[in-house]
Every structure is written in C-alpha cells, then in structure tokens.
Design a protein around this ligand. Structure first.
Ligand SMILES: Nc1ncnc2c1ncn2[C@@H]1O[C@H](COP(=O)(O)OP(=O)(O)OP(=O)(O)O)[C@@H](O)[C@H]1O
Length: 324
C-alpha cells in the first residue's frame, strides 16, 4: 500500500505541457522536497497534489484511494490534505491563537483549547500566541499558517516555497518544526523550493523539476553526488563541469555525466601550494571569502576551476589540484 502517490500526473496550459508525466510516492513521515526554477511547474504540481486542480492526465491517491476531481466538488480539496500557500492568508487583526482557533470553530471548546495549545507548542509559537498576525515576523507568520493548516489533523501537508521570505534563524526554526512534525505525527510533507540548500537539508527524498518533468528523484546525497545531468548538477550547488580527461590520473569523487563531462564539487578538490604526483597545475585568478572557506577561481589550461580552500593564497600563484 502506498500512503500518498502521484500517478503519471500531467497538466497542459495553452497546448503546452506545464507538468509532464510525474510519478512518485511518499511514505508516512516523509519530507519530500521538489526543487525547480521559477516556472518549472512546482505550484501547478502542488495544487494537483492537493486536489485543488484537476490533472489532464494521471491522478493522485491517498492511502490507495484516488482523490475526487476538483471539478466534481463544491469546495475543491481533500480534508486530509492541507496546503500552505506562499502568501499565508492569515487574518491580520486576529491573534495567532485566534487564527488557529478559527480553523477549529466547529469543534467543542474544550477540544479546541487543548488542540490550539498543542499546535502553539509544536510550531514554536507560544511566545507570540496573543500577538496579532499583522505584527508577526515572516517566520512566525509562516509557522502560524502551518499550525492553522494542521489544526484539523491532516495526513499530508503541502508547502509552497515555505522558506521564501525567511531569514536564516527563522529558516532553521521552521526546518526544526517540520522535522518534528513529520516525526511525531507521521504526516507526509511535500515542499517546493528553488533553493538547493533547503531541498538538500530538509528532504528525506527529493525531486528535480525541469520544464515540468521530473528529471531526477532520490535522496539528497545521491542527487548531490551523482546528478543525472549538467542541469541537475548546477541546480543543486556549485559544481565544476570539466572535460572527461581533466583529472585523468586522479582517483576521487566525481560523477560522469551523460554528455561525458565530469561533475566535480568544489569541496572535493584539494588545493596544494606545491606540486603533487597527480596534481593538475592551475593559477589563482580570484579569491572570495565565503565564511567557512575561501572560494578560489583557478585557470587550469583552458578550463576554469572553482575550489574551496581554508587559507588565502596570492593571486597569480601556481597551485596544484587533486581530488579527494
Ligand atoms: N492558470 C494558468 N494558465 C496558464 N498558464 C499557467 C497557469 N498556471 C501556471 N501557468 C504556467 O505554467 C508554468 C508553470 O507555472 P507554476 O506556477 O506551476 O511554476 P512554478 O515553478 O511554481 O513557478 P514559481 O517558482 O515562479 O512560482 C508557467 O509557465 C506558468 O506561466
């Protein structure tokens, strides 16, 4: 039995495939990140997964039951699938507690009070529970929207760009909240993002969407280290795309792409100031401080190479690059 599944889902707008033949399944408690550039079809796919938009081909199922088509329903959607849109949609003058409470207005007061307290705790909102939504930070608004979506117990949570307007501390807080949620409630979660760091750090599995097609599906580690092609390699982080014979004598960590090139991550390169047995000679052209390391831009013959290194070296110095 599969918990939540997309079966060859497609969508056409103006005779163009916006989403094409997408299939994947989620287990309970799984967090699935869908990474894609603007216009790749992420929101369209999420709305079909929520049962808010009908697929032109294929279907979505929850616990092996196909969702009812949106066009057959007075209020499209499914009671067990909640979606949090990019704009949060909170009532500005109501407090955090009241916003969450509203989603439970048809329940008894005693249950409602208990459930709201539980959600405030789960979403780390206790300190701002009585604050009006309009006074909240972006991260607090986002977590309030998630708490409200979860007020009625859901099986699937869909998040459209949940990190788009958040600073780093709020990103971390929301990431923790989502992990805890999935772990403790078993909810399956799909979030869409254009940021590789969010997709790689939060997903249990992830997919890469390109022009409406899922071009790769796997764990973050697999996709990062063995990208399916140059597009997937570049979308998931900094990478050197090199001629096949570039590191001809080195053993080390790189992926060979279908076009024959090597995908080498900058942190997999070792930079030495003096010659090494198989080291490729290169010249330092630019150095950029990046917090945890320096990014070196090197010229090695006709190839430009990006390498992370922990010490500054002077411009125009000859260095030697090996693979780890
Ligand atoms: N209702 C619609 N009618 C016609 N075209 C649409 C409609 N909705 C989306 N599209 C088109 O489908 C494509 C995918 O849009 P979608 O919003 O799903 O992309 P996205 O990856 O979520 O983009 P973004 O990250 O910018 O939000 C775009 O080219 C968009 O213009």
């Amino acid at each position: 039995m599969s918990f939540f599944q997309l079966h060859s889902v497609s969508k056409i707008y103006h005779s163009q495939w916006v989403v094409k033949d997408i299939s994947f399944a989620l287990s309970q408690g799984e967090i699935f990140g869908l990474l894609g550039e603007s216009g790749s079809g992420k929101s369209t796919l999420l709305r079909m997964a929520a049962g808010l938009l009908d697929a032109d081909e294929g279907y979505v199922s929850l616990q092996d039951q196909p969702l009812r088509p949106a066009s057959d329903q007075l209020i499209p959607g499914h009671p067990d699938i909640k979606i949090v849109h990019q704009d949060y949609n909170l009532s500005a003058t109501l407090s955090v507690r009241e916003n969450i409470n509203y989603a439970l207005r048809y329940y008894e007061k005693a249950y409602r009070d208990e459930r709201v307290d539980e959600l405030l705790q789960l979403c780390q909102l206790e300190a701002v529970a009585e604050h009006p939504a309009k006074s909240l930070s972006g991260g607090e608004k986002q977590r309030t929207a998630i708490a409200r979506a979860l007020a009625e117990e859901a099986k699937v949570l869909l998040l459209d760009e949940p990190f788009a307007h958040l600073d780093l501390p709020n990103r971390h807080r929301l990431t923790d909240t989502l992990r805890e949620l999935a772990e403790h409630t078993g909810i399956a979660c799909i979030f869409v993002t254009h940021d590789p760091n969010d997709a790689l750090s939060l997903s249990t599995r992830m997919g890469i969407l390109h022009h409406g097609k899922l071009i790769q599906l796997g764990t973050p580690e697999t996709i990062y280290h063995f990208p399916a092609n140059a597009y997937a390699a570049e979308l998931t982080g900094e990478v050197n795309l090199l001629n096949a014979d570039f590191f001809r004598n080195s053993v080390g960590s790189y992926a060979t792409l279908p076009d024959g090139r090597l995908a080498v991550r900058p942190e997999k390169c070792i930079l030495s100031p003096s010659p090494t047995i198989y080291g490729i000679e290169a010249v330092v052209k630019r150095v950029v401080f990046a917090g945890s390391h320096y990014t070196f831009y090197l010229q090695a013959g006709t190839q430009l190479l990006k390498v992370y290194h922990h010490e500054v070296l002077p411009l125009d110095k000859s260095v030697f690059v090996d693979l780890r």
